[in-house]
Design a protein around this ligand. Sequence first.
Ligand code: PEP
Ligand code: MG
Length: 942
Amino acid sequence: MKSPKFVYLFEEADGANKKLLGGKGAGLAEMTHMGLPVPPGFIVTTEACLHYYEGKKKLPKGIMEEVQTNLKTVEEKAGKKFGSPQNPLFFSVRSGAAISMPGMMDTILNLGLNDKTLEGLIQITLDGRFAHDAYRRFIQLFGKIALGVEEEEFDQILNKSKARIGAKEDTDLDADHLRDICGQYLGLIKKRTGTPFPQEPMIQLKLAIEAVFRSWMGKRAVAYRKEFNVTPEMANGTAVNVCTMVFGNMGFDSATGVAFTRDPGTGENVLYGEYLVNAQGEDVVAGIRTPKPIQEMKKEMPKTYRELERVRKTLEEHFHEVQDFEFTVEKGILYILQTRNGKMNAQAIVRTSKEMVGEKLVDKEKAVLRLKPHELEQLLHKRIDPNFKGRPIAVGLPASPGAASGKAVFDADEAERLGKLGHKVILVREETKPEDIHGFFASQGILTSRGGKTSHAAVVARGMGKPCVSGCEELRIDPKVKEAIIKNVHIKEGDFITIDGSRGEVYLGEVPTVDPEISKDLLTLLSWADEIRTLGVRANADTPEMAMKARQMGAEGIGLCRTERMFNAVDRLPIVREMILAGTKEKRAEAIAKLLPMQKNDFKEIFRTMKGLPVTVRLLDPPLHEFLPSAEELASELRNLKELESAFASMENISGAMRYLDPSSRDSLKLLENVAADITEIKEKRLDKKLIRKEQDTLRKVKEMMEVNPMLGHRGVRLGITYPEIYQMQIQAILEAAAELMKEGVDIQPEIMVPQVCTAQELKWVYQLVKKIQKGVEKQYGVKIQFKFGTMIEVVRACMRAGRLAEVADFFSFGTNDLTQATFSFSREDAENKFLPLYNQRKILQDNPFEVLDVKGVGRLMMITIEWGRRTKSDLKIGICGEHGGHPESVEFSHSIGLSYVSCSVPRLPIARLAAAHAKLKEKDKKPPEKYDPDTSFSIFF
Ligand code: PEP
Ligand code: MG
């Protein structure tokens, strides 16, 4: 069988074949075809690398003959000869796989140098020092990479020589010193390998090719591929790029530099980069000389600058992407040594995407794909100034992105008070509860020492778009003395702190931040994403203000309106408590009657704001005790009241005691009697027996309602069925709000959603209630109300019974926060700061399933649900409203399994819109079975 071709000249290789040639080789081939000035050279293919390994680390037969033939052509093109002492040709021998693995494999420069060609190099460069230094570096690099001599041994020789002559830096060594060091290096190699350093250039080349192949399986490269999941399908073996060396240090008509075809920091359409005259690339890297901005080249080397401008245009027109390229000018002649797609920040990607569509360099689809959803995140939140160099004092969970500074405050009331006075505050709590909501509104950010990324603090902060660091367990908080302690640092109320919710970091003091940037260009890009995507994008929003923001950010409806947030408003909470604590049905009805108009008004405002778009209102979900103070708080308050009572009692008696001890001191007695009277008055006013009794009643009720596992207990529809008055009131409020708006002629699309359903019987029960109330409201208002009725899917049994649930429901909405909890049997409140980090670190789980949807478990349940649900009702609308609805990979999965929409917190809407467009575009490249098999297409978990 004829053996494959292993070596390709740059001009004959197919630049599109990165798999065979590696990224670097393909780029060199492509640029050669484009007529760009690439120094001549050839590529030994990745296939040769695979043969090398198959052949027990032996180069495939005939390969060096192929190399020899190609070398001849290169010599002719370069007008130089490999190994010639007069006119020597030197090579750079570089690794390069199909996927860029920066710095992970080996490269050898100045190959071909030996005792004889060294003289040639001195002649060409007229720089003995440079030539000897190049030889020294070559021997060291070759000795280490190709011959396996320890780098340290070379360093010892160098350091000893430097010490002997009193040189501080390498640059203090002159040509003679370097010649001597080269001699010592050669001696070392002979001693360690038992043979002299190979002077024959062809042998050097063979050994170098083998060494580059070996570096593919080197420790660094293997670890890199594992870390970034580089599979053999993505990159298999490295190519070897053998390219003629050109020198940028041959005088003042020579230079070296790096350039971008556009500014990678701003995206501006200008040549951007740096260069050094009479220098080699290493000078830039080593920081020996400071490079100049490329714009200065206009004056200093105008011809080269004009050429670079042409190169810039040619590269972009060919690659349709911003390029990052390296160049060298040797005696006035420009060479391009490498090109690759330029890495830019998000702002630059947005601007270049928009402008490149205008310039017809890319189409809208490509423009949308250029911006990755996680890069977009950078633009949506305040960030810590990247120039800031300080270190955090503690690290917790990155629960809601963005950075914020403010005075540490330890309770929600104080946060509200200071907030109203115009102070910036950070609410610092062990954990937050629904009753802290007013503190959230007043704060710049939230820091908690307990709770995960789906804890109350995290979910509420994300919904509001405020930064949050949760589960910062290093933080010990003492709300009584209003102090937090981290290590030995005491943070007192009023001390400034900064949190970075994107990284989970906590800093002392006010750290500088940079503002988010939602530019016009970004809005344009998002509008293109909307044209492409087929997956709907809705928002989770609970108030008219949030609904308004959601609309502005492109939401196509509200996918989850959590009614409990309304119950927590300052004016509602006391009535809600009245309702919960009511001893009789009548008392409960009284409280509920007060709530009805308030809820109706809320719904009216939200429906009106979202006119023309659907709004899913979820009936009450959390356990009722969440609206009450905790048993510990109540017990401690009661203790205080009782202590106060006994203190008052002894003070009231003080004049009697005095009279007994000293009946003669009439004046003091009078005074004490007055004080006692005052105390009695205060006591009667403030320390009412009724108050104590009320607190005792509340404590008893709270204790009665206490549950071991409240998240699996009396909540959701179970609460609705056992306390029907609450759901009744909410349904009434929704339908009356709808009827009133319909009468006003407002186009509304209400949807009533039931949480925590596990059997069709529960859903039927609520449905009958809805139907009964609907009848009454329609009669009262004289209108027919259009609305949808559906269920959340957040219980495993609900997934299994989807076919039956769909008989009653018009829509399903996956509550993947609870569904994840239920599928894993992980308490979402505890998992994230107890064992999940270790699980992730040990790769037992690759991701946090509360953040990235677990497609292999939860995802599979979702697929079963969809299948059975749509068997019953083919047009069943199905969405997702858990936190995953705003996570890019989860959005992609949601698209691939046929969801109708995702619903996410308002600040994540742009990310979801973009991710949905990406999902649609990527769909084209996927084979059909992949689309539906989570094991193959979404390898999130091992
Ligand atoms: C869910 O469980 O995914 C959900 C949206 O509901 P909540 O987070 O309010 O329990
Ligand atoms: Mg839920």
